[in-house]
Design a protein around this ligand. Structure first.
Ligand code: 6PG
Length: 250
Protein backbone atom coordinates (compact mmCIF):
# COMPACT_ATOMS: atom_id res chain seq x y z
CA UNK A 1 0.00 0.00 0.00
CA UNK A 2 1.49 3.38 -0.94
CA UNK A 3 2.45 5.68 1.91
CA UNK A 4 0.47 8.89 2.39
CA UNK A 5 1.55 11.96 0.42
CA UNK A 6 1.70 14.90 2.81
CA UNK A 7 1.23 18.40 1.40
CA UNK A 8 1.65 21.28 3.84
CA UNK A 9 0.59 24.82 3.01
CA UNK A 10 0.86 28.15 4.82
CA UNK A 11 -2.82 28.54 5.68
CA UNK A 12 -6.30 27.30 4.85
CA UNK A 13 -6.58 29.62 1.86
CA UNK A 14 -3.54 27.98 0.29
CA UNK A 15 -4.96 24.54 1.10
CA UNK A 16 -8.17 25.49 -0.69
CA UNK A 17 -6.26 26.87 -3.68
CA UNK A 18 -4.06 23.77 -3.88
CA UNK A 19 -6.95 21.34 -3.81
CA UNK A 20 -8.98 23.39 -6.28
CA UNK A 21 -6.04 23.16 -8.70
CA UNK A 22 -5.67 19.44 -7.97
CA UNK A 23 -9.36 18.90 -8.80
CA UNK A 24 -9.15 21.00 -11.97
CA UNK A 25 -6.10 19.10 -13.20
CA UNK A 26 -7.63 15.73 -12.31
CA UNK A 27 -10.86 16.55 -14.15
CA UNK A 28 -8.92 17.53 -17.29
CA UNK A 29 -7.19 14.15 -17.37
CA UNK A 30 -10.38 12.17 -17.87
CA UNK A 31 -13.66 12.53 -19.76
CA UNK A 32 -15.65 11.99 -16.54
CA UNK A 33 -14.71 12.47 -12.89
CA UNK A 34 -16.64 11.11 -9.93
CA UNK A 35 -15.99 12.80 -6.61
CA UNK A 36 -17.40 12.27 -3.13
CA UNK A 37 -17.38 15.57 -1.25
CA UNK A 38 -16.87 16.07 2.46
CA UNK A 39 -19.04 18.28 4.61
CA UNK A 40 -18.56 20.35 7.74
CA UNK A 41 -16.69 23.66 7.73
CA UNK A 42 -13.29 22.83 6.23
CA UNK A 43 -14.37 22.49 2.58
CA UNK A 44 -16.38 25.72 2.60
CA UNK A 45 -13.44 27.90 1.56
CA UNK A 46 -12.61 25.33 -1.14
CA UNK A 47 -16.15 25.50 -2.51
CA UNK A 48 -15.99 29.31 -2.53
CA UNK A 49 -12.64 29.20 -4.39
CA UNK A 50 -14.01 26.75 -6.94
CA UNK A 51 -17.03 28.99 -7.58
CA UNK A 52 -14.92 32.17 -7.78
CA UNK A 53 -11.90 30.92 -9.71
CA UNK A 54 -12.94 27.76 -11.55
CA UNK A 55 -16.48 28.39 -12.79
CA UNK A 56 -15.02 28.70 -16.31
CA UNK A 57 -11.82 26.70 -15.77
CA UNK A 58 -13.44 23.33 -15.11
CA UNK A 59 -15.87 21.63 -17.50
CA UNK A 60 -18.44 20.97 -14.79
CA UNK A 61 -20.48 18.77 -17.16
CA UNK A 62 -17.73 16.15 -16.77
CA UNK A 63 -17.98 16.02 -12.98
CA UNK A 64 -20.38 13.81 -11.04
CA UNK A 65 -20.69 15.02 -7.46
CA UNK A 66 -21.60 12.76 -4.57
CA UNK A 67 -21.21 13.16 -0.83
CA UNK A 68 -19.08 11.12 1.51
CA UNK A 69 -21.65 11.67 4.18
CA UNK A 70 -24.76 13.65 4.99
CA UNK A 71 -26.71 14.62 8.03
CA UNK A 72 -30.25 13.20 8.06
CA UNK A 73 -31.93 16.57 7.74
CA UNK A 74 -33.80 18.26 4.86
CA UNK A 75 -31.63 19.88 2.16
CA UNK A 76 -32.54 23.40 3.34
CA UNK A 77 -31.57 22.65 6.95
CA UNK A 78 -28.54 24.57 8.25
CA UNK A 79 -26.76 21.26 8.98
CA UNK A 80 -27.16 19.89 5.44
CA UNK A 81 -23.85 19.24 3.67
CA UNK A 82 -25.68 19.34 0.35
CA UNK A 83 -27.38 22.62 1.29
CA UNK A 84 -24.02 24.17 2.19
CA UNK A 85 -22.45 22.94 -1.08
CA UNK A 86 -25.43 24.20 -3.11
CA UNK A 87 -25.19 27.66 -1.56
CA UNK A 88 -21.40 28.01 -1.91
CA UNK A 89 -20.78 26.13 -5.16
CA UNK A 90 -23.60 24.41 -7.04
CA UNK A 91 -25.67 27.57 -7.50
CA UNK A 92 -22.59 29.34 -8.90
CA UNK A 93 -21.24 26.89 -11.50
CA UNK A 94 -22.80 25.36 -14.58
CA UNK A 95 -23.17 21.75 -13.46
CA UNK A 96 -26.07 19.70 -14.85
CA UNK A 97 -28.61 18.75 -12.18
CA UNK A 98 -28.25 15.11 -13.30
CA UNK A 99 -24.59 15.23 -12.20
CA UNK A 100 -25.45 16.12 -8.61
CA UNK A 101 -26.17 12.99 -6.61
CA UNK A 102 -27.25 14.25 -3.21
CA UNK A 103 -28.07 12.06 -0.26
CA UNK A 104 -31.74 12.56 0.58
CA UNK A 105 -31.29 13.49 4.23
CA UNK A 106 -35.01 14.04 4.62
CA UNK A 107 -35.81 10.36 4.03
CA UNK A 108 -35.67 7.30 6.27
CA UNK A 109 -31.92 6.64 6.85
CA UNK A 110 -32.01 2.90 6.27
CA UNK A 111 -34.05 3.19 3.09
CA UNK A 112 -31.94 6.12 1.86
CA UNK A 113 -28.68 4.25 2.50
CA UNK A 114 -29.93 1.53 0.14
CA UNK A 115 -31.15 4.02 -2.45
CA UNK A 116 -27.92 6.04 -2.38
CA UNK A 117 -25.85 2.83 -2.61
CA UNK A 118 -27.76 1.88 -5.77
CA UNK A 119 -27.25 5.36 -7.25
CA UNK A 120 -23.53 5.13 -6.58
CA UNK A 121 -23.31 1.67 -8.15
CA UNK A 122 -25.17 2.99 -11.20
CA UNK A 123 -22.84 5.96 -11.76
CA UNK A 124 -19.45 5.08 -10.25
CA UNK A 125 -17.35 2.49 -12.12
CA UNK A 126 -16.47 -0.63 -10.17
CA UNK A 127 -12.89 -1.67 -9.42
CA UNK A 128 -11.92 -4.62 -7.23
CA UNK A 129 -15.60 -5.39 -6.74
CA UNK A 130 -16.57 -1.98 -5.30
CA UNK A 131 -17.46 1.48 -6.66
CA UNK A 132 -14.18 3.38 -7.16
CA UNK A 133 -14.59 7.14 -6.89
CA UNK A 134 -11.95 9.08 -8.77
CA UNK A 135 -11.68 11.41 -5.79
CA UNK A 136 -12.87 10.99 -2.19
CA UNK A 137 -12.58 14.23 -0.25
CA UNK A 138 -12.44 13.74 3.52
CA UNK A 139 -12.30 15.89 6.62
CA UNK A 140 -11.04 14.93 10.06
CA UNK A 141 -13.00 15.39 13.25
CA UNK A 142 -11.19 16.21 16.49
CA UNK A 143 -12.29 12.78 17.74
CA UNK A 144 -10.60 11.15 14.74
CA UNK A 145 -13.78 10.47 12.77
CA UNK A 146 -13.96 10.89 9.04
CA UNK A 147 -17.02 11.04 6.82
CA UNK A 148 -19.56 9.88 9.40
CA UNK A 149 -17.58 6.94 10.66
CA UNK A 150 -17.13 7.69 14.36
CA UNK A 151 -14.81 6.02 16.91
CA UNK A 152 -17.72 4.17 18.53
CA UNK A 153 -18.89 2.79 15.15
CA UNK A 154 -15.61 1.48 13.72
CA UNK A 155 -17.42 -1.56 12.33
CA UNK A 156 -18.45 0.75 9.46
CA UNK A 157 -14.79 0.67 8.37
CA UNK A 158 -15.19 -2.93 7.26
CA UNK A 159 -18.93 -3.35 6.70
CA UNK A 160 -19.95 -4.96 3.38
CA UNK A 161 -22.06 -2.10 2.10
CA UNK A 162 -21.61 0.98 -0.06
CA UNK A 163 -23.45 3.55 2.05
CA UNK A 164 -24.69 3.01 5.59
CA UNK A 165 -26.72 4.70 8.29
CA UNK A 166 -24.61 6.19 11.10
CA UNK A 167 -25.11 8.36 14.15
CA UNK A 168 -23.20 11.19 15.76
CA UNK A 169 -22.14 9.82 19.18
CA UNK A 170 -22.72 13.07 21.07
CA UNK A 171 -25.72 14.66 19.42
CA UNK A 172 -27.35 11.42 18.29
CA UNK A 173 -27.91 13.07 14.92
CA UNK A 174 -28.55 10.38 12.31
CA UNK A 175 -26.21 10.34 9.33
CA UNK A 176 -25.61 8.48 6.07
CA UNK A 177 -21.97 7.69 5.33
CA UNK A 178 -19.91 5.94 2.70
CA UNK A 179 -18.55 2.73 4.16
CA UNK A 180 -14.86 2.26 4.92
CA UNK A 181 -14.31 -0.20 2.06
CA UNK A 182 -15.77 2.20 -0.51
CA UNK A 183 -13.76 5.13 0.85
CA UNK A 184 -10.60 3.00 0.75
CA UNK A 185 -11.40 1.99 -2.84
CA UNK A 186 -11.10 5.59 -4.01
CA UNK A 187 -8.44 6.26 -6.60
CA UNK A 188 -7.43 9.53 -4.95
CA UNK A 189 -8.35 9.85 -1.26
CA UNK A 190 -7.66 13.38 -0.05
CA UNK A 191 -7.86 14.61 3.53
CA UNK A 192 -8.26 18.37 3.81
CA UNK A 193 -7.38 19.31 7.39
CA UNK A 194 -6.72 22.79 8.73
CA UNK A 195 -6.37 24.47 12.09
CA UNK A 196 -4.39 23.89 15.27
CA UNK A 197 -7.34 22.04 16.80
CA UNK A 198 -6.64 19.06 14.55
CA UNK A 199 -2.82 18.99 15.03
CA UNK A 200 -2.75 16.35 17.76
CA UNK A 201 -5.02 13.98 15.84
CA UNK A 202 -3.03 14.53 12.61
CA UNK A 203 0.21 13.66 14.42
CA UNK A 204 -1.23 10.60 16.17
CA UNK A 205 -2.73 9.29 12.94
CA UNK A 206 0.25 9.90 10.66
CA UNK A 207 2.85 8.80 13.21
CA UNK A 208 0.63 6.03 14.61
CA UNK A 209 1.02 7.30 18.14
CA UNK A 210 -1.26 7.34 21.20
CA UNK A 211 -4.73 5.96 20.62
CA UNK A 212 -4.46 6.13 16.83
CA UNK A 213 -6.11 2.72 16.41
CA UNK A 214 -9.32 4.20 17.86
CA UNK A 215 -9.52 6.86 15.16
CA UNK A 216 -11.46 5.83 12.04
CA UNK A 217 -9.38 8.28 9.96
CA UNK A 218 -6.30 6.22 10.84
CA UNK A 219 -7.83 3.25 8.99
CA UNK A 220 -8.23 5.07 5.69
CA UNK A 221 -5.75 3.47 3.32
CA UNK A 222 -5.11 3.82 -0.38
CA UNK A 223 -6.00 0.29 -1.40
CA UNK A 224 -6.74 1.31 -4.98
CA UNK A 225 -4.73 4.46 -5.58
CA UNK A 226 -3.25 7.39 -3.65
CA UNK A 227 -3.80 8.79 -0.14
CA UNK A 228 -3.06 12.49 0.05
CA UNK A 229 -3.14 14.94 2.96
CA UNK A 230 -3.63 18.64 2.31
CA UNK A 231 -2.68 20.37 5.59
CA UNK A 232 -2.09 23.90 6.69
CA UNK A 233 0.90 24.60 8.94
CA UNK A 234 -1.33 24.85 11.99
CA UNK A 235 -2.72 21.34 11.51
CA UNK A 236 0.74 20.00 10.62
CA UNK A 237 2.59 21.59 13.52
CA UNK A 238 2.95 18.27 15.35
CA UNK A 239 4.70 16.55 12.45
CA UNK A 240 8.47 16.13 12.32
CA UNK A 241 10.31 18.79 10.32
CA UNK A 242 12.08 16.15 8.24
CA UNK A 243 8.78 14.70 7.08
CA UNK A 244 7.34 11.26 7.71
CA UNK A 245 9.12 7.96 7.42
CA UNK A 246 8.34 6.93 3.83
CA UNK A 247 5.83 9.72 3.34
CA UNK A 248 6.38 12.41 0.73
CA UNK A 249 6.17 16.01 1.87
CA UNK A 250 5.88 18.82 -0.61
C1 6PG B 1 -19.46 16.15 8.29
C2 6PG B 1 -18.16 15.78 7.65
C3 6PG B 1 -17.21 15.36 8.72
C4 6PG B 1 -16.21 16.50 8.77
C5 6PG B 1 -15.40 16.48 10.02
C6 6PG B 1 -14.56 17.75 10.12
O1 6PG B 1 -20.52 15.84 7.73
O2 6PG B 1 -19.37 16.83 9.32
O3 6PG B 1 -18.17 15.07 6.56
O4 6PG B 1 -16.56 14.15 8.53
O5 6PG B 1 -15.34 16.37 7.64
O6 6PG B 1 -16.31 16.44 11.11
O7 6PG B 1 -15.45 18.83 10.20
P1 6PG B 1 -14.93 20.34 10.13
O8 6PG B 1 -14.40 20.53 8.75
O9 6PG B 1 -16.15 21.17 10.40
O10 6PG B 1 -13.85 20.47 11.19
Amino acid sequence: MPTPEINIFRDQAQVADAFALFLAMASRRRPRTTIALSGGSTPQLLFRRLAEDYADRIDWSTLHLFWGDERCVPPDHEDSNYGMTKRLLLDRVDIPAANVHRIRGEDDPRREAHRYSAEIMEHVPEEQGLPAFDIVLLGLGEDGHTASIFPDQRSLLTVEAVAVPARHPETGQQRISLSGPVINNGRHIAFLVTGAGKADRVREILLQEGKWQEFPAAHIEARNGRLLWFLDQAAARGLPEQGLPGGRTT
